[in-house]
Design a protein around this ligand. Structure first.
Ligand code: ADP
Ligand code: ZN
Length: 609
């Protein structure tokens, strides 16, 4: 239900004063100010910004400045109410319209739109496209249209939604209203589709970097995935909220039960669960402290919980886009966070099977295989992980100093001879066999199968006896990752690529990485500990502030971060405000929140002085 509090932007306000007074932030980030000016002036925009970059302000503030209602189109019905709750806390008049909202509330919201009493309305695309809603908009004062998760427009995107395609009508029916399309992941063809479909050609594209420097990433070889994950959580995130991604529905349930057994609060989440249970688990994840969601990739899109401290992958994701998007759910509040991926030799084979067995056309499958190869390259990288990921998106950075390979560079060795041996063994066995067979030939295994093909007579038989089978497997994985060998998607046979041929012909040299050692959890811990408080008193105050926040959140039935972000509480511990004036200086406290909660938290700070 829209409230009828006064419009937070009066005529004298500009974007910066809204940022400070309403949101309680000091300054704009990145291109925010530029985007806001552009859209407020009535022009169209395409915004590509990483998760946590601050996309929401780019349409919220122009909506407040332009007057009329900002219409936000989002596919994420389950999350709309949260966004609306968070805005109301700031004194912004917001409401949602979707299939989960009662008829009476919808009527009230519609009236508020017509009377110019609403700043923002969040609406599902299928609702927006209904005749009655379009007719209402024909007559209503509209500030702008914001199309969130805009990659849903494109068949090239990773989450195509047919309703989104029909949003092209916005340009025809409301040509006077500025359109701003926002997304966190879109490769070049997806971007082109979005701009074409939403007719943004004469607008501006704002493309921010993909870097998420506060996320520490590590990729470790699988020994025992569950134990590795439990150790990682215990050592780094015993009290924290996080997401664990599993490959199958069954595995999410088993892993959640296992984590519960280890003393954590862990809930499974996958598409096969009934909607009610799913909604309940999501609700608990959002509203309670320290809940671990154990999920298939069905979970996570649009989750804008800012304080997810870690994301762990029990097996490799589909490709680098998926890895980036899934790990990107950590640390949206900008505080240090961890991404851990566990990968094993079998994982790649399993992903290849998924691709091979899918019903996608052949051309699409080839693209998927290439994307998987790029991901394997990331896993085997001897250099900075972040560089590999950013390079994949056409972005770049210096070695980041905040990933496992930067913090503890893997040992490498001159693998030229090993690579030559491996490639010739593939060649001498006619480029038809998989890794384990070729390894057996290299090791000179005396077995029936090898004899039956006559491969015990080839020049490569037994030339690799100086390495173990596991070491050869690591060599083959890297050669595939480096694109010197390719894997037949159907039968797993190895084949020498043109690059592999060039390597042999030109007698190039090559460095390979040695098998990995244990994950560098120590380095992560140091990083995170730097954020935590050292003074015993500060630790107590922080806990007391969190408890006060939880109490307020429970009373209102909203997630704790809707009241205050962790960053706000941490800033409070640092500043220890002793007056309401000083309280207003704390990060994330604007006028509305100062009025609502200032006194409560002031009392907590004073009690601990
Ligand atoms: P996105 O939609 O791009 O993933 P959000 O709009 O949800 O990101 O913003 C991410 C977080 O950053 C939110 O908690 C938001 O309040 C905060 N934020 C956004 N802009 C600023 C800013 N200029 N200063 C401080 N915090 C900001
Ligand atoms: Zn790095």
């Amino acid at each position: 239900m829209p409230k009828t509090s006064p419009h937070p932007a009066d005529a004298a306000d500009d974007a910066l004063s809204i940022l400070q007074k309403t949101y309680g932030f000091d300054s704009f980030r990145g291109a925010q100010a530029e985007i806001i000016d552009h859209v407020t002036a009535g022009k169209h925009a395409f915004v590509l910004m990483p998760t946590g970059g601050g996309k929401s302000l780019c349409y919220q503030i122009p909506s407040l400045l332009r007057g009329g209602v900002g219409v936000v189109i989002s596919p994420l019905i389950a999350l709309m109410q949260n966004q609306v709750d968070a805005l109301r806390q700031l004194g912004i008049r917001a409401a949602a319209i979707n299939s989960s909202i009662e008829g009476a509330d919808i009527i009230e919201t519609k009236n508020a739109i017509m009377n110019g009493e609403l700043d923002l309305v969040y609406v599902a695309p299928e609702r927006l496209l209904m005749d009655d809603f379009l007719c209402l908009l024909d007559e209503a004062p509209i500030a702008l249209f914001a199309i969130d998760e805009a990659h849903c427009v494109s068949q090239w995107g990773h989450d195509f939604r047919p309703h989104y395609k029909q949003l092209s009508l916005l340009a025809e029916r409301y040509p006077w209203a500025p359109r701003i399309a926002l997304t966190a992941t879109a490769d070049a063809p997806t971007r082109r589709d979005i701009i074409e479909c939403l007719k943004l050609e004469d607008g501006r594209a704002f493309v921010a970097g993909f870097d998420r420097p506060n996320i520490h990433s590590a990729i470790v070889e699988k020994t025992n995935a569950r134990q590795q994950v439990v150790r990682f959580i215990k050592e780094n995130h015993a009290e924290d909220c996080g997401i664990v991604y599993c490959l199958s529905r069954k595995l999410t349930e088993e892993t959640a039960a296992w984590l519960e057994g280890e003393g954590f609060t862990a809930l499974p989440y996958h598409a096969g669960m009934d909607a009610q249970t799913r909604a309940r688990h999501l609700e608990r994840f959002l509203k309670e402290d320290g809940v671990i969601m154990v999920a298939t990739i069905a979970f996570g899109m649009g989750i804008d919980k800012p304080d997810v401290r870690f994301v762990a992958h029990m097996t490799i994701p589909k490709n680098i886009e998926a890895y980036y998007q899934e790990t990107g759910r950590a640390g949206r509040d900008g505080l240090p966070s961890n991404a851990l991926m566990i990968y094993g030799g079998q994982d790649a084979a399993m992903q290849r099977n998924f691709i091979a067995e899918s019903s996608a056309p052949e051309a699409q499958k080839r693209i998927e295989h290439q994307k998987l190869n790029a991901l394997l390259g990331l896993c085997e990288a001897a250099g900075c992980r972040r560089q590999v990921v950013l390079d994949y998106f056409g972005d770049s950075c210096a070695p980041c100093g905040n990933c496992d390979t930067c913090l503890s560079p893997p040992e490498t060795y001159d693998g030229t001879v090993e690579a030559q041996k491996a490639l010739s063994a593939v060649y001498r066995t006619d480029q038809r066999f998989g890794v384990s067979y070729v390894t057996d030939v290299l090791l000179g295994k005396d077995n029936e199968r090898i004899r039956s093909f006559g491969h015990d007579q080839t020049s490569t038989f037994g030339i690799g006896a100086d390495l173990s089978a596991a070491e050869w497997q690591a060599v083959f994985r890297q050669l595939v990752a480096l694109n010197l060998l390719s894997v037949d998607p159907q039968y797993g046979g190895l084949r020498i690529t043109p690059q592999g041929q060039e390597f042999l012909k030109e007698k190039k040299s090559l460095r390979l990485r040695k098998a990995q050692k244990r994950a560098r959890t120590k380095a992560m811990k140091k990083e995170l500990a730097a954020q935590a408080f050292t003074d015993e008193k500060d630790v107590e105050l922080y806990a007391a502030l969190k408890a006060a926040r939880m109490e307020l959140a429970r009373a209102q039935g909203v997630p704790p971060y809707v009241i205050f972000h962790d960053k706000t509480l941490q800033d409070m511990v640092h500043l220890k405000p002793d007056t309401m004036e000083n309280m207003a200086l704390v990060h994330g406290i604007g006028q509305s929140k100062l009025d609502k909660y200032g006194k409560t938290f002031l009392a907590v700070v004073r009690a601990h002085a």
